[in-house]
Every structure is written in C-alpha cells, then in structure tokens.
Ligand binder design. Structure first.
Ligand code: MN
Length: 152
C-alpha cells in the first residue's frame, strides 16, 4: 500500500493538505473519517485506516446513516493517515479545489474484509453501527464502484 498516487496528484507547495505520513496517530489505531468536500461537485469522502493508509471512497450523495439506504461510493487513491485530521481550503487550480470539513470521525472495528466486501463497526457521532461496502459486480478489471450501506 502506498500514497504515491496521492502525492503525484498534489503540489504541496500550494495545497495545505498533509504531505506524507506525518501524524501523531498510532498506525494500529483504527480511525474512520467522513470529509464534506466542496469541490466542483459537493461530495463526501469516506476513509478507513487500513494497512497503514486511509482507504478512500468518494460518496456523491452522502454517506447513509439509516438502514436500507444504499449509496454509490467510488474508490479513490489511498490517502496518508494524517489526512484524517485535515480540514481546510484547497486553492483554486489545485487537485480537489474547495473547502474540506470533517463531517464525522471516530474509531471502528474491521469485521470482514474480502476483495468484494468490507464490513466495519463505526463509532462516530453521526455514523454508528455496522456498515458494509460492497463492490459492484462487473466485468471490468479495474472496477472502482462500490455501494455503501448501513447494515445494523
Ligand atoms: Mn474529495
């Protein structure tokens, strides 16, 4: 796992986003964050610390907080752990330009993880309970589309 793609997309001389793995966060502590991102299209970024990075998904319509709501979650590049604390304004002209606000954050437990499915127990303020990410069934090899839902 690497955050090379993350770094390649950004100019750290211009964006206030964290450059690398600089963090006070214990890499063995499981943290999730949801960031409200006012980019060209408002979306919510859902991130889970797994394998020493933040596995990340962009959720265009917002993360579900109630069961039976399924939302598209598009897998994006792994982010450094320090990103879980990031809030700020990404300047005009930079990748993901716009305001980033932490919408929810907390610890989680990883309950199940396969290539096609991730189940976590989230202990956030807004997201509480068990949530599943399920990869779309599809033929494409590089299928980055998932569904996120609350399961209990
Ligand atoms: Mn985003």
């Amino acid at each position: 796992m690497s955050t090379r793609t993350y770094a390649e997309k950004r100019d750290f001389g211009k964006t206030p986003e964290p450059e690398a793995q600089e963090t006070n966060q214990n890499p063995w502590e499981s943290v999730f964050v949801v960031q409200e991102h006012h980019a060209s299209h408002l979306h919510y970024d859902f991130r889970l610390s797994i394998d020493g990075v933040l596995k990340s998904w962009a959720v265009p319509k917002g993360v579900p907080t109630e069961p039976k709501v399924r939302r598209l979650a598009v897998e994006t590049e792994d982010h450094p752990l320090a990103y879980a604390d990031f809030e700020g304004d990404i300047p005009e002209g930079e990748y993901g330009a716009g305001k980033v606000i932490i919408w929810d954050k907390g610890s989680f437990e990883l309950l199940e993880r396969t290539e096609k499915k991730i189940v976590v127990a989230l202990h956030g303020t807004k997201m509480k309970g068990d949530f599943a990410l399920v990869r779309f069934a599809g033929k494409e090899k590089d299928n980055r589309n998932w569904l996120i839902m609350k399961v209990s």
